[in-house]
Design a protein around this ligand. Structure first.
Ligand SMILES: [Zn+2]
Length: 363
């Protein structure tokens, strides 16, 4: 979830891909305002909520005072604010018990490839919330995700915390990411995920005006925190143990939406174990759209997601009339176990364990 800077060989990859990167801002830099963009959307209903301050130490926008809490409704600040009951436009869980939407953020990257291979072999569909700066680096992987019927989701151009940005920057951060996905796939997603889960009524108003529903989560692996705090080693068992507990949780009344990150090496490797865990526990792994009964998750509504679990499922084109998504209530009740020092294992050992475990479990 933290701001991510991935240095990469963008020139070579993009030159061989299907996107003209000269039309985009520099990678991982705040997207500049786009002249004239306001004429493309109706922002008249966006509430005039002040730009939030920045909590550099916490990596989030500064949480509001009690009086302002109701306008906020972000994941880091929402608990106790009452916004769960009042903001039905925030999606954080699947309405049906037994469903499970696995979501992967901040990619794509080379680390995404084994995960896509696994999902394809199992005929499972996931949701990928893409950072525009990564999208232009790997148009091949974006196209593969799209063609395979995974759900693509906008996760901004440079992973800025949106409530701390002026509205013209929020717009350009969303627009450049959506444009990059559209340049590659021919259409734009209808879901966005705010970086770090930070949003407020202003950001959601802008997002809605641009055609995006706000997708959060209710099961956070905190894999991002492991990467942030321990860049040379992660506690991968922490991620696996969380899923082991979650799949046995008797208190589940809805379908989880879990958060992992495929941009980092260790979390992406851990995902190769978490997918089989959820699958073999009997949950129906679906895209966020499918669990919400919304198979038309692109602004070109003729594109129809395939149902998960169907062999050979690919994106299809339908001429049937468009459906609309339900708007489940928000429930930002992330819970996870933090790692203990005794659970630490070396990255090399973990990678070897992953390779062996996946070979034994899946194929
Ligand atoms: Zn993120």
């Amino acid at each position: 979830m933290k701001s991510i800077l991935v240095l990469s060989s963008v020139v070579a990859l993009a030159a061989a891909g299907t996107i003209d990167i000269t039309k985009y801002p520099p990678l991982d830099q705040q997207a500049p305002p786009i002249p004239g963009i306001n004429a493309s959307y109706d922002f008249s209903k966006v509430p005039a909520i002040p730009v939030k301050g920045w909590n550099a130490a916490g990596g989030y926008a500064i949480c509001p005072s009690t009086a302002d809490a109701i306008s906020w409704c972000s994941l880091p600040c929402a608990q106790g604010s009452g916004c769960d009951a009042t903001r039905k436009d925030i999606i954080s869980s699947c309405p049906t018990k037994g469903d499970w939407a696995m979501t992967f953020d901040d990619g794509p990257s080379n680390n995404t490839v084994p995960l896509l291979d696994l999902l394809d072999k199992l005929n499972l569909k996931a949701t990928f919330c893409l950072v525009g700066s990564r999208v232009v680096e790997r148009p091949d992987l974006v196209q593969r995700m799209f063609d395979s019927g995974h759900q693509l989701c906008v996760h901004t151009w440079s992973h800025r915390v949106l409530p701390t940005m002026t509205s013209d920057v929020v717009i350009s951060e969303l627009e450049y990411c959506a444009r990059a996905i559209q340049d590659i796939t021919g259409t734009r997603p209808t879901y966005m995920r705010p970086p770090t889960g930070d949003t407020d009524d202003r950001v959601r108003g802008i997002s809605a005006a641009m055609g995006f529903k706000t997708l959060l989560w209710d099961h956070d692996t905190f894999d991002w925190e492991g990467v942030s705090l321990y860049p040379n080693a992660l506690w991968p068992q922490w991620i696996q143990n969380n899923f082991t507990q979650w799949i046995k949780d008797p208190s589940l009344t809805k379908g989880p939406i879990s958060l992992e990150h495929d941009v980092y090496t260790m979390p992406a490797a851990a995902a190769l174990l978490t997918v089989p865990l959820v699958n073999q526990a009997g949950f129906k792994i679906k895209t966020a759209g499918e669990c919400l009964s919304d198979m038309r998750v692109y602004q070109n509504q003729s594109y129809l997601l395939p149902p998960s679990g169907v062999a050979g499922g690919k994106l299809t084109v339908s001429t049937a009339s468009a459906s609309s998504a339900p708007a489940p209530g928000a429930s930002a009740t992330a819970g996870a176990n933090k790692p203990s020092s005794s659970s630490r294992i070396a990255p090399a050992s973990f990678v070897a364990a992953i390779v062996a475990a996946v070979a034994a479990l899946v194929f």
